[in-house]
Structures are given as structure tokens and as C-alpha cells.
Design a protein around this ligand. Structure first.
Ligand SMILES: [Fe+2]
Length: 306
């Protein structure tokens, strides 16, 4: 793995139809794809159909309640579950077990057990940028200091730590000293009773290629990036919390929308607007803090064979 940040993708990877089609086929069609919590799949055998790259995969429960997946083109698909979340793979021939694919990522996200939480919010927002810009922004440590200067001011950015876990990425930063009062961190949500207090900071992770997820004292949320076109991404946000009726969901979703949409989304749209300029040059600003982007590019280029 490269030790200094370099951006490896050409500018056209962010705007060309050809790159988009290549990723649909060679990346999303050949890796594990997040479907949602197991509760999404009806118990009566009706299927859930998901678009995985340029294919459709149907997931249903058989008579014994086990999950089954089938590509609608007839190809055998694979289905597996991690932490109460269903994933499918459009090509069972090349699918490794989901646990092998996730590797040591689950061991690096703290003590959260999302399958013991319930979904309290599910919403979508649109970003007029390539899906990779959203991922790169997510794993760009440097942006915490300026883009979220106020919205994430309670966290101690200099004390962050991150690691690459196979193709995936794990990140954690603790609350700042002096704002250690729990109320500062739960953001309207009671702390999850099963997690360690050491996990009350800001966790931000990536299941390669397109599933960012984040944790805090009171929540576990996924925000899958659904590529709609070379310059259009839908973010599918799903928030889980401890069962109970004392959650201020509206306030929480408003806070999350500020961070993930108004701030992160807008930054991506600005970069997207510049990416076709002849003056556009890709290059990192921070050698260490943007190293995860280099790793992301390496994994992506491996997949698409460029
Ligand atoms: Fe961000």
C-alpha cells in the first residue's frame, strides 16, 4: 500500500458514462451490496428486488425462513447477513463469504450491536456529484477541521485514529475534553446501553465501495451511496437507535442532514462542477490525512482493471 497520499483516478472517472458503465459491471456487479436490515425482507416469501450494478437481484425467504437470492437474469446470486444487515452479491460464482470480505472491520468499530437497535429514521437525499466524490469526502480526515468546523465541533479531531481494514476503512475520534457531558454527544438520543463509554465519540467507517456508516453514543447509521449516473448520487440514510420513545428524531435528522447533505453534499457538488474544467487537477492537500483516498483508488482500480 502506498504511504503518501496520491490521487490515482483520472478526471473522467468522475463524469464519463463509460466509467460509470464500467463500475456498474466490474465493481458493483462483482462485490457485496448492502440491502438493508433483515426486517426489510418479508417473512411471507415476497421478494425484495434491488438494483446491483447493471443487474437486478431478488431476495426472499424460503419456506424455512432462510434468505435466498436470485439474479433476475437467471444468474445465481449470493445473500449473507452481518450484524442484522442483509447483503447480496450478484455473482455467486465469485462471491467470498461476507465475513471474509468484511475481515477485521467489524472488530474495529467498537462495541455496537446494530441488530439490537431499531430503525428510527429512513430518508434519502440527492447529491449532484459522482458517488466517488461522496466516498472520498467521507474518508478524507482533513475535511473535519474546516467543512464541519461548527457541526462537529464537539469532537477532538487531533486525537482521531483510522485504519484500513482490507478494502474497508475504520475511523474514530473521541469527544473533546471539557464537553464530556453525555448530553453533548447523544444529540437528542439516549446513549445505547450495550456500548462501552469509550465508543461515545464519533465513529465513521466505510464498507467498500459505497457504504459509509457512522456511530455515536446514541445511534448507528448507514448512508449508502446509490450511483444514479456519472454526476448524480442518491444517499439512502437509515438511522438505528435503542428501542424507546424518548428520541427526538426530527432534531437528530436535522443535525445529520446539516452534516451529510448541506456540508458534505455541497462540497461534493462544488468539486463536481470543477471536474470537467481543463484547469482541474486532482491532488491531495494533506499527505497523511488524505491517504485513505489513495487506498480507495487502489482498490477501485484493482476492480475495474484500469
Ligand atoms: Fe463530512
Amino acid at each position: 500500500m502506498t504511504a503518501t497520499a496520491r490521487f490515482l483516478l483520472p478526471a473522467e472517472a468522475y463524469w464519463s458514462e463509460e466509467w460509470f458503465a464500467l463500475e456498474q459491471r466490474a465493481l458493483f456487479g462483482r462485490t457485496w451490496w448492502f440491502v438493508g436490515p433483515v426486517s426489510d425482507v418479508p417473512s411471507d416469501g415476497r421478494p425484495v428486488v434491488v438494483e446491483v450494478g447493471d443487474q437486478f437481484v431478488a431476495v426472499h425467504r424460503d419456506a424455512s425462513g432462510r434468505l435466498q437470492a436470485q439474479g433476475l437474469g437467471g444468474r445465481r446470486a449470493a445473500v449473507d447477513v452481518w450484524a442484522g444487515f442483509v447483503f447480496v452479491h450478484a455473482d455467486a460464482e465469485v462471491a467470498e463469504p461476507l465475513a471474509d470480505w468484511l475481515g477485521d472491520l467489524p472488530a474495529n468499530i467498537g462495541t455496537f450491536r446494530p441488530d439490537e437497535l431499531v430503525e428510527v429514521a429512513h430518508c434519502r437525499f440527492e447529491v449532484a456529484s459522482n458517488w466517488k466524490l461522496y466516498i472520498e469526502n467521507h474518508i478524507d480526515v482533513y475535511h473535519l477541521w474546516y467543512l464541519h468546523e461548527q457541526s462537529l465541533a464537539d469532537y477532538d479531531h487531533p486525537r482521531h485514529r483510522w485504519r484500513s481494514c482490507g478494502s474497508h476503512w475504520a475511523f474514530y475520534e473521541p469527544p473533546r475534553e471539557g464537553v464530556a457531558d453525555a448530553a453533548q454527544f447523544v444529540r437528542g438520543f439516549p446513549p445505547i446501553s450495550h456500548i462501552d463509554r469509550d465508543d461515545w465519540g464519533s465513529g465513521a467507517h466505510l464498507i467498500f465501495p459505497n457504504l459509509p456508516f457512522a456511530t455515536g453514543a446514541g445511534f448507528f447509521m448507514t448512508y449508502q451511496c446509490l450511483p444514479r449516473g456519472p454526476r448524480h448520487t442518491t444517499i439512502d440514510l437509515r438511522v438505528r437507535a435503542e428501542p424507546g420513545d424518548d428520541h427526538d428524531v426530527d432534531a437528530f435528522v436535522a443535525m445529520v442532514s446539516t452534516v451529510l447533505h448541506a456540508e458534505d453534499g455541497l462540497a461534493c457538488e462544488r468539486i463536481q462542477a470543477a471536474v470537467r474544467s481543463p484547469d482541474f487537477a486532482v491532488g491531495p492537500l494533506a499527505a497523511a490525512h488524505e491517504l485513505p483516498i489513495t487506498h480507495f483508488h487502489e482498490r477501485l482500480l484493482d476492480r475495474v482493471g484500469r
